[in-house]
Design a protein around this ligand. Sequence first.
Ligand code: ADP
Length: 445
Amino acid sequence: MIGSAAALRSNFREELRDYRLLCSKAGGVTVIALVLMGVALDYVVYPGEQARFAFARVMTSVLIGLAVMVLYTNAGRRYVQAITFGWLLLPQAMIAWMIYVTQGEGSVFYAGLMLTIFAVGILFPSGYWQTLAFGLATVVLYYIACAAHPGGIQNPSQFYFQLILIFFCALASAVYTYFNEKGRFQLFRLKEELAHKNDELARINENLAQIKGQLLQQEKMAAVGTLAAGLLHEVNNPVNFCLMAIEIALEEPEAKESASLQECLIDARQGMQRIQHIVSDLKIFAYRQPGAEVEGRPFLFEKALDSASRLTAHELRGVRMTRELPPDTLVFGDEAAIIGVLINLFSNAALAMRKAGTPAPAIHTTVGWRDGRLHVNVRDNGPGIPSENLARVFEPFFTTREVGQGLGLGLSISYAVIERHGGVLFAESELGQWAAFSFDLPRAE
Ligand code: ADP
């Protein structure tokens, strides 16, 4: 659907006004040239009147020139139609005067009047009723010129023939203008429709790119799941018996006596525990079952948001936290896991903004219901994410933090958590401006 018919008409009028302005200016210059070139006609038909007619032609051209100059002002732009109508009557008045001072209906200059009527219909984007009014005004001018001519109308049949001919010109020109106007509007409508279709196409392309990205992400996660399951199987057992062995060794008298041996064993234990933590983090990928019902219970998302803000209060010092929530936020799911997702999003944003030295760091959370699901958007005004990283932030172990500072698991775990809730977590960003993460949760039945 393109905009309403009224809006379309109003846009059309707007565009038409610009076009009229252009036509009036270009037409003005053309008519000035034709009026001045008319001295050739005076020379051929009325050589005796040449000086007087030349003066009239110059005066008419000056007046048209002035009208064209007015079109460059604001008022001129506004009243373009009235001004154009006014100056177009100038050459008609000039020709009528020439007919009056020469031969009345006997003058061949009535052809000039007809030429102007047709030129107006063809060249100017005026309404059909305006063209008709212009034609009728010309008929009146011609009538006055002949009737007032010294000696009156000598040859009535010739006079009426020419008068009716001018009138026919006016009619034909008005009909032509009517269809011309319709055609112009049709063209404009098609142009608008095309622009609208192009917008729609761009939107569809954007959606497709997003869906493609999501599918790719799901494929990646499935591969990570297989890898994690294998890793768990292979790593868990050796890590467990290593830990057990270290514990036993720590109890040995030699270890108790030698401080350096004890230190080595404690370091080894810490290392093993670290491996154990990573392995336990990987569990979420290994046993993921997309589409499976999430184990959980109804909870208020608003409460989860409060908890996450409280738990990250230390990291979020100096960050302006704002939110937009609907009155009811009862969702179904794993509250602790969702709090974990929010903590991850908040601390990532806080860290990115601190690292970039964002002047007035802020995080805005928007929450709203759509199609029976609660949609959450967490947006910061930090440095954003470069497009080449945008597709990678959910990859396990992808991080831009310094070595030892981040594992790069936060977002990938969050992704899996949201996936378990039947939703999608996705990232958007404008580099140097903002980064936003969105996800959705099911409504509690
Ligand atoms: P980690 O925080 O350990 O690096 P994550 O998976 O949580 O792991 O994040 C991965 C990467 O995504 C981060 O290293 C960072 O480059 C990028 N990132 C995440 N959130 C933001 C954000 N709000 N602004 C800028 N970059 C971000």
